[in-house]
Design a binder for this molecule. Sequence first.
Ligand code: SLL
Length: 154
Amino acid sequence: SKRVKGVQIYRPIVYGNIATPITKENRTSNLPPEHTHRWTVCVKGVYDEDISYFIKRVQFKLHETYTNATRTLDSPPFEVSETGWGEFDIHIKIFFRTESGEKPLQLYHHLSLHPYGPDKEIAKEQGRPVHAYQYEEILFNEPTEAMYDILTSN
Ligand code: SLL
């Protein structure tokens, strides 16, 4: 469909993970003993606002050690929660509303389980959750008229 010439629209998103260590106190009996962390990877609005008006689907491709490694979410929250023992790269594929005529956007996120930075030793001792989020501005260059309406009426 027709595109709006000379127009660029940006929409910010945040993607990444939170991870918490599994301790003696919070370990549940059904967990494999080698699992050390609970984690959630997500794609969300910067202020937690709904992003489903322009994103219709998010696919998370996990490490092949997970069963059903490709997880597809067709509505918010666009997130996957799991437990595990290791860090790896998560392939995140974002599908836009069909009206946009845009190809899916491929992002990569390194799942972080272990504290990093100057106070990582303290963080580890205290069992603090790890937050690893990145900010991204999605550019719609000369959006279709339908997508222009969707983006600007929200
Ligand atoms: C590593 N290259 O060796 C990485 C791979 C994979 C982590 C980490 C699976 C959990 C399960 C899991 O935690 N995989 O399904 O049991 O560190």
